[in-house]
Design a protein around this ligand. Structure first.
Ligand code: NAP
Length: 483
């Protein structure tokens, strides 16, 4: 029976170096005297090996659903067991839409950036984008991954980034996207960011193209305080930011949703170091600090941060910083932090935080309701060994007396029919764009079926996409070379 005076938290030791890191974090948290009742559960490698493809047993799910808070070690995704990462499963099933990845310069951890005061947070969208994992082999030789970005998901993460900045007293939020190329998906994130920014007038905000963000992060990282991004960009750039301050051993992470929060390191299970008592547990310990703040235990959180800083200032450093032949063992490093609880660093500031206000958005599924909508055509994706001219002639012939007419064919996004005079290589995968000849606005299923049946007489199609307009705006992109 759980003591009602204690706060229940699900604890997942994880794989590889996970148990060592999680044990260090747990011991340090307990040493502060916080009233936590841990519920220990498994996920990851052993669960995959036992034959459960999700890697997360029902008891673990039930525990998190009950406690609403989890501290977890890294989970391995063993090759050959289960297709999906158990980490991604946990993040997605509990709709932890915000992934917070803070990094800051640490005492005694010498890097090329030492002395420049790096102290920034990547706020990564955590449940959408390419990590939805929706993939198809559209032909035997062409793979597709869907990049799904919603207006609501983007608005949530943009607001979250500003709210997070407010809660930590930060004054600048940047948004990095690839909206110049992916005008719809990445553009949705950019537009959401720019729409919500005026609600936070005290915070300076700007947009930066993500490749330049990578460049700026290496060149002048101290210009950033909070940097928000879509899922994959955030994944990549947050590993980069970890390296700026001394590596993954110092990079914690929080997965936060409206109902559940899961705290972990950015790093994985680093199996080559498992059980050797050599790794750096700071990332998971700092994840514990983020968890305590989330639980409102801000004094205990600050006490642990002070103790870590005092320990590092005292020159107690793990092998990843000073070399594995000279590093302090994980267990001794943990003891040193416990011994330093109650001491305060004089040279480094520990941030004061106020409670985070999670964005509350309209919960209705049809978040955007256009006043008008129209269908103007159909893209049919065709597998064919023909060249573009032959395929184009054949499709025109086959669909001549239907409501749709072939406007163009593209190969990997570049128009190849009618011929442009360019030398574009083609494969077996074509996007064939048909437009409604007269009275666009509606395309009954019979018309779609008729065109598909005609195409199927001589070719193989594998995917169709309606060409839509919402509120008079095109809901599809033109191809390179299409007018
Ligand atoms: P990784 O486990 O993060 O390890 C990469 C490298 O980072 C290590 O070889 C080591 O560098 C360094 N490192 C990571 N954590 C460290 C620590 N606490 N102390 C000292 N050094 C540390 O990445 P990976 O090898 O790509 O992935 C291994 C497994 O973890 C995979 O199965 C992957 O799917 C999984 N993974 C899980 C999570 C998660 O649970 N959230 C995240 C990422 C990966 P050196 O070799 O330079 O010493």
């Amino acid at each position: 029976m759980t003591d009602p005076a204690r706060i229940p938290v699900t604890l997942i030791p994880g794989d590889g170096i996970g148990p060592e890191c999680v044990d260090a974090a747990r011991r340090i948290i307990e040493a502060t005297g916080v009233p936590i009742a841990w519920e220990e559960h498994v996920a990851g490698a052993e669960v995959f090996k036992a034959g459960l493809p999700s890697g997360v047993p029902q008891e673990t799910m039930d525990s998190i659903a009950r406690t609403r808070v989890a501290l977890k070690g890294p989970l391995e995704t063993p090759v050959g067991f289960g297709e999906k990462s158990a980490n991604v499963t946990l993040r997605k099933l509990f709709e932890t839409y915000a992934n917070v990845r803070p990094v800051r310069e640490m005492p005694g951890v010498v890097t090329p950036y030492s002395g420049r005061g790096i102290d920034l947070v990547v706020v990564r969208e955590n449940v959408e984008d390419l990590y939805a994992g929706i993939e198809y082999m559209q032909t035997p030789s062409v793979a597709q991954t869907l990049k799904l970005i919603s207006v609501k998901g983007s608005e949530k993460i943009a607001r979250f980034a500003f709210e997070y900045a407010r809660s930590e007293g930060r004054t600048k939020v940047a948004c990095a996207t690839k909206a110049n190329i992916m005008k719809f998906s990445e553009g949705t994130m950019k537009r959401a960011f720019e729409r919500v920014a005026p609600d936070y007038p005290e915070i300076e905000s700007w947009h930066v193209i993500v490749d330049n963000a990578a460049h700026q992060l290496v060149k002048r990282p101290e210009q950033f305080e909070v940097l928000t991004m879509t899922n994959m960009n955030g994944d990549i750039l947050s590993d980069l930011t970890s390296a700026l301050i001394g590596g993954l051993g110092f990079a914690p992470s929080a997965n936060i949703g409206n109902e559940v929060a899961i705290f972990e390191a950015v790093h994985g299970s680093a199996p080559k170091y498992a059980g050797k008592d050599v790794i750096n547990p700071t990332a998971v310990i700092l994840a514990g600090v983020l968890m305590l703040r989330h639980l409102g235990l801000v004094e205990e959180a600050a006490a642990i941060e002070h103790a870590i800083f005092v320990t590092l200032e005292g020159g107690i450093l793990t092998g990843d910083v000073v070399g594995y032949d000279r590093g302090t063992p994980t267990s001794a490093y943990t003891e040193a932090i416990i011994g330093n609880l109650g001491k305060r660093t004089e040279n480094w500031t520990i941030r004061e935080v106020t409670p985070l206000q999670l964005p509350q958005l309209d919960p209705r599924p049809d978040y955007v309701r256009p006043a008008s909508r129209a269908v103007v055509g159909l893209d049919v994706f065709v597998e064919s060994p023909l060249d573009a001219a032959e395929l184009g002639a054949s499709l025109m012939d086959l669909t001549r007396d239907t409501r749709l007419s072939l406007k163009m064919i593209s190969s990997r996004g570049t128009k190849v029919f009618p011929p442009t005079g360019a030398l574009t290589e083609t494969g077996d995968h074509f996007r064939c764009r048909f437009i409604i000849k007269e009275n666009p606005g509606d395309l009954p299923d019979e018309d779609v079926h008729q065109v598909l049946a005609r195409i199927s007489r001589e070719h193989t199609w594998m995917h169709v996409e309606k060409l839509q307009e919402f509120d008079g705006e095109l809901g599809f992109t033109r191809d390179q070379g299409e007018n």
